[in-house]
Design a protein around this ligand. Structure first.
Ligand SMILES: *Cc1c(COP(=O)(O)O)cnc(C)c1O
Length: 457
């Protein structure tokens, strides 16, 4: 008999989590004004809000914490981290920052000017924020296929080379660099192929431009290249990662994702002029160059995390778990964005709660129902998150209305995935009885989803 798949780790330390009653959850949800960000963590049984900073560190990482060198300048922990990053990426210059958006802030302060145009594939929201706040434009050149939630193609995160070439032909002088997000978070954790990175490189070279990889999930992207792209099956994740970065000039990194640390980030590049430029902003915004935004101990843990998470077994365990959750949803007929990506599953709420009008926020309603059902916390990536149009002040109903279920790295077991799927099935089975959603009672002008107050209708 063939042995079933199992995790590539065993558990050495546990953190108890608590179940609750439906009555308790009804009260807590009401107290939180039907906003899942306003719940206390202990009111949640299984937390799928985000995979950012929520991973479990390994025994080697915790051991490395004890080796942290907290010297203000010249910390040996910085050099351990830098050497690991250089080995994995080939980039010689490294600037640590407190998280990914800080890396964006430091690098973009040097590179992005008023009127700049930064083409890329569905820029992450903080990336877009750091471009737009400088009165520049984040130009989305993702392939059109990414918009079709039911289309199954292996590299749905790709850049459309034609759109990119057009952008460069039209706005050449205004483009400081091209940014490619691997995996493409906004399109649902969808990977970018090596072939596509090569095409982007060729276009960049033709127009004399540099390429930045927004690398939060670069290791998961390398896993998909190994398992889906011709010619990579026999290469190691580390070989594939090195090849990906060889096609770029620099990177920004949120280490809270594929670095498997709870806080941290960095910039890395092969170009001294970018390093010199970014240095000037690191010191006032983040800190001195050999710690940036990080403790010595956190830099040690990150060095180990990067090494561990560029090993196939670790990634296979993680992606397998996300795919397992997706397979249960397939079994129950619950529609989600296909194919499932690397870190999360996006339920198509518009297709589930068909009786809830979009003005009453179906995805948020589904998130509330799932929490009430079993204490599972997901996150609305839909009409509330989309904010209002800055000119008309109308809600924006043009995009997708999704319930995102993130899977934390090395935290939950497949049994927890079964609970999530069963709870969702119970809600799905009574979907036709759910005819009303929520209305907004209070909202902030921007990024309203974090603090919005809602009322159930
Ligand atoms: C999380 C993330 C960021 C921002 O990083 P933070 O650590 O949250 O500041 C940037 N880009 C992508 C693709 C991300 O997933």
């Amino acid at each position: 008999m063939e042995l079933p798949f199992a995790e590539s780790w065993r558990i050495k330390m546990v953190e108890p989590i608590k179940k609750s009653t439906r009555e308790e959850r009804e009260q807590w949800m009401k107290d939180a004004n039907y906003n899942l960000f306003q719940l206390r963590a202990e009111q949640v049984y299984i937390d799928c809000l985000t995979d950012s900073g929520t991973g479990a560190m390994s025994d080697r990482q915790w051991a490395a914490v004890m080796m942290g060198d907290e010297s203000y300048a010249g910390s040996s922990s910085f050099f351990h981290l830098k050497d690991t990053i250089t080995k994995i990426t080939g980039f010689e210059y490294v600037i640590p920052t407190h998280q990914g958006r800080a890396a964006e802030n430091v690098l973009f302060s040097h590179l992005v000017k008023e009127g700049s145009i930064v083409p890329g594939n569905s820029h992450f929201d903080t990336t877009k924020g750091h471009i737009e706040s400088r009165k520049a434009v984040a130009l989305d050149c993702t392939i059109d296929e990414a918009k079709d939630t039911q289309l199954e193609i292996p590299f749905k995160g790709n850049v459309d080379p034609k759109k990119l070439e057009k952008a460069l032909a039209e706005h050449n002088e205004k483009v400081p660099f091209i940014i490619v997000t691997v995996t493409n978070n906004t399109a649902g954790g969808q990977p970018v192929s090596m072939q596509n990175l090569r095409e982007v490189r060729a276009i960049a070279d033709k127009y004399g431009k540099r390429v930045v990889l927004d690398s939060a999930r670069f290791a998961e992207n390398a896993y998909f290249i190994k398992t889906r792209e011709e010619g990579y099956a026999d290469k190691t994740i580390k070989e594939i990662a090195l090849e990906m970065f060889s096609l770029a000039d620099g990177m920004t990194m949120s280490a809270k994702k594929d670095g498997i640390v709870n806080m941290g980030g960095f910039i890395a590049t092969r170009h001294e002029d970018w390093y010199e430029g970014a240095k000037r902003f690191c010191i006032p915004f983040e800190g001195y160059l050999t710690y940036g935004g990080m403790n010595g101990r956190d830099m040690e843990a990150l060095a180990v995390g990067l090494d561990e998470n560029t090993e196939f077994d670790n990634l296979e365990t993680r992606i397998h778990q996300v795919e397992f959750l997706a397979s249960l949803l397939d079994e129950y007929g619950i529609p989600y964005q296909r194919p499932v990506g690397g870190h999360a599953l996006f339920v198509d709420a518009d297709k589930v709660l068909t009786k809830v009008p979009k003005e009453e926020f179906p995805a948020q309603t589904l998130a509330i129902e799932l929490y009430l059902e079993a204490g599972v916390r997901g996150c609305e990536i839909g009409y509330i998150l989309a904010d209002r149009d800055p000119v008309t002040r109308e809600n924006r109903f043009g995009g997708l209305d999704l319930l995102r279920l993130c899977v934390a790295r090395r935290v939950y077991t497949d049994n927890h995935m079964r609970v999530i799927a069963a709870a969702l099935k119970n809600v799905f089975d009574r979907r036709d009885e759910i005819t009303r959603g929520v209305e907004i009672v209070w909202e902030a002008e921007l990024m309203r989803h974090f603090t919005v107050k809602l009322r159930r209708l």
